[in-house]
Ligand binder design. Structure first.
Ligand SMILES: NC(=O)c1ccc[n+]([C@@H]2O[C@H](COP(=O)([O-])OP(=O)(O)OC[C@H]3O[C@@H](n4cnc5c(N)ncnc54)[C@H](OP(=O)(O)O)[C@@H]3O)[C@@H](O)[C@H]2O)c1
Length: 250
């Protein structure tokens, strides 16, 4: 979160996500205004009511579908009408199993839209509004899966890699205009997305991820691995020579 004393607004993209809900609860407690953007209005209404009970200045549910760019402009307009500091946190993403994608290659398009191109296009539209105010933060949630293409989920990984590269360039651009961009790379988190996958290594919770995000925002970090152990783990995984890596099933 930015540390300016002005009125804070957070656009929360993918507000029905488990991690987004934990994030919404955390910013609600600070009295910010939250714009809850997602596909399921019933769920967004419930989150808005919960945020109001926790002390938000206001909570506005609004439709956002990463695959329908026509839903983007109304959110930008709503955000632009708010005074003070604008911030945006992106939690949108989908992870069909690699087996499902192998059986239906059309799932590639949706996976890339949900986790990369939809959010990137939205942020591209939002960027001028934030630049004009010379403040605010963007939190983009990628994944450790984007650090190297693995046999088990390389389409999702490719989408997250694309999004992380996009965020790196956006940071380079917006950093010159006073806007902070934080790339978050979680390992496995106990959420709807990981239901049915069984126990995963270094599994964490949505609340722990959100606490790490706020810590990274305070320190104006560029990239956050959460849990922290994923930074050395992924550093090693990225160093494995390709002739060896291509035979591994990690
Ligand atoms: N859980 C993990 O282990 C893990 C690890 C690394 C990174 N991440 C990332 O963390 C973020 C949050 O995920 P989560 O773990 O909280 O899982 P989640 O509860 O399944 O959240 C995924 C969110 O993405 C939304 N979404 C998917 N496609 C969309 C579309 N076309 N338009 C709008 N919204 C769409 C879903 O909306 P609906 O509710 O409408 O389906 C849901 O709100 C995702 O970007 C995910 O890739 C998660």
């Amino acid at each position: 979160m930015t540390d300016t004393p002005t009125h804070q607004t957070w656009i929360i993209l993918g507000a029905s996500s488990t991690i987004a809900k934990a994030f919404t609860r955390s910013v609600a407690a600070t009295g910010a205004h939250v714009i809850l953007a997602g596909r399921r209005m019933d769920d967004l209404n419930a989150s808005a009511a919960d945020a109001k009970a926790r002390g938000v200045a206001d909570a506005t549910p609004i439709i956002f579908d990463a695959r329908i760019p026509d839903t983007f402009q109304a959110i930008i307009d709503l955000a632009a009408a708010q005074s003070g500091t604008l911030n945006c946190a992106v939690f949108v993403g989908s992870m069909p199993t690699q087996d499902a994608i192998d059986a239906d290659p059309a799932l590639v398009d949706g996976t890339i839209s949900d986790s990369f191109t939809g959010p990137a296009r939205f942020l591209q539209m939002l960027a001028p509004v934030m630049m004009a105010r010379s403040c605010g933060s963007i939190v983009g949630v990628g994944s450790v899966a984007g650090d190297r293409g693995r046999v088990g989920n390389y389409v999702y990984g490719a989408a997250k890699a694309g999004f992380a590269t996009y965020l790196s360039g956006l940071r380079n651009h917006l950093g010159r205009h006073g806007v902070h961009v934080l790339t978050v790379k979680p390992g496995p988190v106990d959420t709807a997305m990981t239901q049915g996958l069984g126990q995963q290594p270094f599994m964490t919770t949505a609340d722990a991820v959100v606490a790490d995000i706020h810590n990274a925002l305070r320190k104006k970090r560029n990239t956050l691995y959460t849990r922290w152990i994923w930074w050395p783990v992924m550093t090693i995984i990225k160093l494995i020579p390709e002739p060896i890596f291509k035979k591994m099933s990690i």
